[in-house]
Design a protein around this ligand. Structure first.
Ligand code: ADP
Ligand code: MG
Length: 351
């Protein structure tokens, strides 16, 4: 009774709490929020100055008492309090759009990284409840991504998915509504940015920031030769003179910079295939691998993984929204899809 009371005017929410981007789906409305998972804090007063796009603009540009941070940097809740504040901010934003004058106590399905500890999962559940949710359900991201791209996860067949985000790349084989085998590694978007920063420093004695590295990765980064030889201008500070400088970098430089990380990713995929039960490997050959997450958009990556594993690889349509679309499908049918949710959400959140 109490539950249906809130259900009357609360719209259920699906959320992809990614290390790089947070997306929020609201029932009957679609994806209403798609913003960087960044919070700018005044450390003197502990006040939030900005969240999302506004906060991301501040990264690397803040005075000493202000920090622009990513609370989920490596796919874990590294800063519980800030995560909670970020959730609350996004919840409030959704609330304003739906019914600013009515109370809003939604049910929420949140995609969380693979292999999080119980403590981390509880932290997310608690953060969701403190931010106003009446029930919080968790689903592991690769499962949500697979559901989001309409893989038949409930069938007795191998569904192979690779979700490459900012902090982690998650590789999973799903059958009969459960994750059969999985691996999570750090060779993902942020690591590639770091690789580029290090390479440019070593090779060109130029110190560049994270944003610059990410921009150059997206504009001319590639996992294998493209035959295009694209170039980009990048600005930074010369380490010798200490002065600003602009240089031209070529596609092959960026490819070299990220090579080791790409190799680790390929190795992890190969290992996962080796550990997959033979019946499911047979499905893999016919059905192939689906890639999701922003990292899957790296030029040539799907072709490179296909070549190294001998398995067909496809990047999902709109890979950045796969997880949140998955949470929205789960929301429609929470009872039937309970098996895909991680164990500890099954206890309904008490008030
Ligand atoms: P998360 O799930 O961790 O929030 P996302 O799935 O939103 O991550 O992906 C963000 C990552 O994808 C970032 O590291 C970003 O640099 C990377 N990315 C986005 N677009 C591209 C692209 N076109 N090429 C390479 N990397 C990309
Ligand atoms: Mg993600």
């Amino acid at each position: 009774m109490f539950d249906s009371f809130w259900g009357l005017f609360s719209k259920d929410i699906g959320m992809d709490l990614g290390t790089a981007n947070t997306l929020v789906y609201v029932k009957d409305k679609g994806i209403v929020i798609n913003e960087p998972s960044v919070v700018a804090l005044n450390q003197k007063t502990n006040q939030i100055l900005a969240v999302g796009k506004e906060a991301k603009k501040m990264v690397g540009k803040t005075p000493s008492h202000i920090v622009a941070m990513r609370p989920l940097q490596h796919g874990v809740v590294s800063d519980f309090e800030v995560t909670e504040k970020m959730l609350k901010y996004f919840f409030d934003k959704v609330h304003e759009e739906i019914s600013p004058f009515l109370p809003h106590r939604p049910r929420v399905v949140i995609g969380v990284p693979l292999g999080g500890t119980e403590v981390e999962k509880r932290a997310v559940i608690q953060a969701g409840k403190n931010a106003g949710a009446r029930e919080v359900y968790l689903v592991e991201e690769p499962m949500a991504a697979a559901i989001g791209v309409k893989m038949p996860v409930g069938e007795p067949s191998g569904n192979f998915i690779i979700d490459i985000g900012g902090g982690t790349a998650e590789i999973a084989v799903i059958s009969l509504g459960g994750i059969v085998i999985s691996q999570s590694i750090r060779s993902a978007g942020d690591k590639l940015n770091e690789d580029i920063i290090n390479f440019i420093r070593e090779e060109f004695k130029l110190f560049i920031g994270e944003r610059t590295a990410e921009d150059v990765k997206i504009s001319i980064g590639s996992a294998r030769e493209t035959g295009e030889n694209r170039e980009a201008f990048i600005k930074g500070r010369n380490l010798v003179s200490g002065l600003p400088q602009e240089i031209i970098v070529k596609e092959k430089h960026i490819r070299e910079a990220i090579k080791e990380s790409i190799d680790s990713l390929v190795l992890a995929v190969q290992e996962t295939i080796e550990r997959t039960p033979p019946e499911l490997v047979a499905d893999l050959i016919t059905k192939g691998i689906i890639m999701t997450g922003g990292g899957s958009l790296l030029t040539g990556l799907s072709e490179h993984v296909a070549e190294k594993t001998g398995v067909p690889v496809k990047v999902a349509d709109d890979p950045l929204t796969a997880v949140v679309r998955g949470t929205s499908i789960i929301l429609e049918d929470i009872d039937k899809l309970a098996s895909v949710l991680t164990t500890d959400q099954l206890e309904k959140s008490p008030q």
